[in-house]
Design a protein around this ligand. Structure first.
Ligand code: EPZ
Length: 429
């Protein structure tokens, strides 16, 4: 397994391009199942999760054409040729097998489109992951309300429906992929579906924009009530994946922690208000341009407390990164994680680097220390790994991060981008 070796203490400086959003691209690829016509996506990031989703769709009978995303000279510039065209006209195997789903729980996003398009689906239950049990009961509740016959047997969700019908659905909690699954399924249902308590994440809006370009009739995306008027069929479209706001936030945190001065292009501050507010509270100077963000960090950050919650509040996917910057900030921060039940695994690894962190249930108390010392640490999940990278960049000496396949799931060309910003980083085979 690959490792990442970081020699810390270097302030990040320079400019990099932000890639397409993983959590927008994953549901978007599944939306192609809803039509017999080709759908083209541009600005698709090169990530392991995207590769897994494309393999999953291919074994269902979907034709996948991907334009090489590497520009001459091997360096990667986001957006250059990251184009994927999916043709689901020959869809003949509405199955998502355990061996693929267990590596990427977002595979549950094929459930709604398959029931709507093929009238049936057999999707492995995603199972838990490091950060929590991750149940899909709301996905099942919504599809059942739309008339699907659903049973859960031998670890698989079996769903059938001659044609889904419009329904009024109130999800018990805000669920991002739950909202996305139900929104996609409702596009081909008979009548109007209303999703209340819907997720407001920008990725939900990006998906709705694409669905409407395909001929769907979705309104209210971005608010907590989404209305979908079912239609008989959708047609092809071309859609550009929105920028990755979590990748953006992660590099902003890396620049903040290292006292750097970084400009991120191909992104927008529009979807990161809660994160940018907190970075300004740490003492960073942030300049938002039309499609770029610049951050200049002070010599030492002020500690900032955070509480995660559904969009537009502070995103849970940025919690681990803020624990890393609070580890070296001036003061004590209180971090409350309200979305997932076990999303503090990065804390024990940060403590190995010298951080002063106390965990009490879903609250972490982080007392900033003067400096961290490099050590060997282990990545446990995607955003926890990002937090260890940030800590390694600021720690004195050498940090080696093991199991960095977690990072490759969600951060495109991470080592190249960090090296472009002046970091001393090497990937060890
Ligand atoms: C999406 O996961 C993201 N993944 C996650 O990003 C993100 O952390 C999460 O939303 C919250 O913002 C993708 O978009 C592919 P939820 P999702 O359904 O949809 C509970 C990353 O790092 N719940 O919004 O799976 C659930 O257990 C990943 O990129 C139910 O109980 O999250 C959690 O406690 C990690 N029953 C809460 O709701 C359900 O049926 C929110 O989960 C569904 C969810």
């Amino acid at each position: 397994m690959d490792k990442l070796q970081i020699s810390g203490g270097v302030a990040l400086r320079g400019e990099i391009a932000i890639s397409g959003a993983k959590n927008a691209a994953l549901p978007l690829l599944c939306a192609a199942l809803l039509t017999r016509e080709p759908v083209t996506f541009t600005h698709v990031p090169h990530l392991n999760d995207i590769g897994t989703m494309l393999r999953l769709l291919e074994q269902m009978g979907v034709k996948v054409a991907r334009e090489a995303g590497k520009v001459p000279g091997g360096t990667h510039s986001a957006g250059a040729g990251d184009t994927v065209t999916l043709d689901a006209s020959a869809l003949d195997n509405p199955l998502a097998p355990y061996e693929l789903v267990k590596t990427m729980r977002a595979a549950i996003l094929v459930l709604g489109p398959l029931v709507a398009r093929a009238g049936e689906a057999k999707v492995s239950l995603p199972g838990g992951c490091a950060i929590g049990a991750r149940p899909v009961d709301q996905h099942i509740k919504g599809l059942t309300a739309m008339g699907a016959e659903i049973s859960v047997e031998h670890g698989y969700v079996h769903a059938q429906a001659t044609r889904l019908k419009g329904a009024r659905i109130f999800t018990d909690m805000v669920t991002v992929t739950g909202t996305e699954n139900l929104m996609m399924a409702a596009c081909l249902g008979a009548g109007e579906t209303i999703i209340e308590n819907a997720a407001r994440e920008p990725e939900v809006v990006d998906l709705a924009t694409c669905l409407n370009a395909m001929g769907a009739r979705v309104s209210g995306a971005g608010s907590d009530v989404i209305r979908i008027q079912g239609v008989d069929a959708l047609h092809g479209a071309t859609h550009r994946v929105m920028p990755d706001r979590i990748e953006t936030g992660t590099y902003l945190c890396a620049a903040a922690a290292t006292g750097g001065d970084v400009r991120l292009t191909g992104t927008s501050s529009a979807y990161l208000d809660a994160v940018i507010d907190k970075l300004m509270d740490t003492g960073c100077e942030i300049t938002a341009e039309r499609d770029a963000i610049r951050l200049k960090a002070p010599a030492r950050l002020n500690a900032v407390s955070i509480r995660t919650a559904p969009y537009p509040a502070f995103p849970t996917d940025m919690q681990a990164q803020f624990m890393a910057i609070n580890a070296v900030a001036d003061g004590t921060a209180v971090i409350r994680e309200t979305i997932f039940e076990n999303r503090f695994m990065h804390a024990v690894e940060l403590i190995r680097l010298g951080a002063d962190i106390k965990i009490d249930g879903n609250t972490a108390f982080v007392k900033g220390v003067a400096e961290l010392q490099g050590a060997t640490v282990m990545a446990t999940d995607l955003r926890a790994s990002a937090s260890l990278v940030i800590a390694g960049l600021v720690a004195q000496g050498e940090t080696v991060i093991e199991r960095i396949y977690h990072l490759d799931r969600g951060y495109e060309a991470l080592d190249q981008k960090l090296i472009a910003l002046g970091a001393h980083v090497a990937r060890l085979k």
